[in-house]
Design a protein around this ligand. Structure first.
Ligand SMILES: [Zn+2]
Length: 114
């Protein structure tokens, strides 16, 4: 894992708000993180339709709705305390663990994901 991973602060389970692009202003939960692409997949956002051809199981074919990747620079983590998108900082706990904190209010944001 190289330097690219260092820039990824968003984690699976985070609530994020999209700050640019066609889904701007919408919020959702991070389903997957792609560190090598600096991208995330967010629940029910950036939906694209994939047409499936009819086959023996599904004789009519149809349209699958899938979540597309969103670049991490287009999303911000939403703080559960402020209820607003925020930049994240880091706090080192006495046991040496790193806690991600909201830069607005200083509250840890990770507890909500457990
Ligand atoms: Zn906050």
């Amino acid at each position: 894992m190289g330097a690219a991973v260092m820039n990824i602060r968003v984690r699976k389970g985070d609530l994020v708000r999209v700050i640019s692009g066609k889904e701007k202003g919408k919020e959702g939960k991070v389903l997957r993180v792609f560190p090598e692409k600096a991208a995330v997949v967010v629940e029910r956002l950036n939906i694209y339709k994939k047409h499936t051809k009819p086959n023996q199981k599904n004789t009519r074919g149809g349209v699958l709705e899938l979540e597309g990747k969103i670049h991490v620079s287009n999303v911000m983590v939403v703080c559960g305390q402020c209820n607003r998108p925020t930049r994240l900082g880091a706090k080192i706990l006495s046991d040496g663990k790193k806690l991600r904190v909201c830069k607005r209010c200083g509250e840890g944001i990770d507890h909500e994901n457990r």
